[in-house]
Write a protein that binds this ligand. Structure first.
Ligand code: HEM
Length: 199
């Protein structure tokens, strides 16, 4: 009992606080410390596999290999729109200067809810050149852009070439490979029309 009383007196003497206030503040400091430190991962733990998840989540029991980018060849603006991340089985694509990039590895940026989701499935050259998020700028129209804006676009293009695989090219609606094939089939089915034309 003497020891207890001495400790309490020492706390009051050194901290200037009543023992109740002292322990309340101490407890609050511990809670704050634990809350804040739980928000960070130590550098040593950062690269460790997620052990707890590995036991509880089937995805980690059978890790999926990263999906190989699929070459799409020539597709239209309209077809590109279906690659906006809304279908998790499809890659996430973005076009810059008519070249299509598979940005699936940047799903945090471009996937649904991401800060740059408005660019997914779109040709976004103009928006990147102008550093604009306006829907009316998210297209491939470079008309009226200044030299400095075209330079900004070149920088973006370089970044994408470095970071993401190129998987195709954008073409106007009437020039898709499928349309060309359809046209050839049509020509072959209608030989009279060809004779008419060559006369
Ligand atoms: C307040 C202004 C902005 C801030 C603070 C900001 C911040 C960032 C940060 C921190 C990143 C991640 C960089 C990395 O880890 O590689 C990023 C990426 C990106 N930012 Fe911004 N940003 C801003 C404005 C813009 C604007 C205006 C645009 C274009 C219209 C833009 C387009 C992008 C794109 C496309 C990426 C992703 C690049 C990639 O796929 O690696 N940002 N931004």
């Amino acid at each position: 009992m003497g020891f207890y009383t001495t400790v309490m007196e020492e706390i009051t003497l050194y901290s200037g606080l009543s023992p109740t206030a002292f322990f309340t503040i101490l407890a609050m400091m511990v809670v704050v410390y634990r809350t804040v430190s739980a928000m960070f991962v130590s550098p040593q733990d950062y690269n460790k596999p997620p052990v707890v998840l590995a036991r509880s989540h089937p995805q980690f029991d059978h890790p999926q290999p990263p999906r190989q980018p699929v070459q799409l060849g020539q597709i239209t603006d309209w077809e590109l729109r279906s690659y906006d991340g809304s279908d998790p089985d499809k890659p996430l694509l973005i076009a810059i200067k008519g070249q299509i990039y598979d940005v699936s590895s940047g799903r945090n940026f471009y996937g649904p809810g991401g800060p740059y989701a408005m660019f997914a499935g779109k040709e976004c050259s103009r928006a990147l050149a102008l550093l604009s998020f306006k829907p009316e700028d998210i297209n491939g129209n470079l008309e009226g852009l200044e030299e400095s804006e075209l330079t900004i676009l070149d920088d973006w293009e370089f970044k994408f070439i470095e970071k993401y695989p190129k998987v195709g090219q954008l073409v106007p609606e009437q020039r898709t490979r499928q349309n060309e094939v359809n046209e050839q089939i049509q020509d072959n089915l209608d030989p009279n029309e060809c004779k008419e034309e060559t006369k």
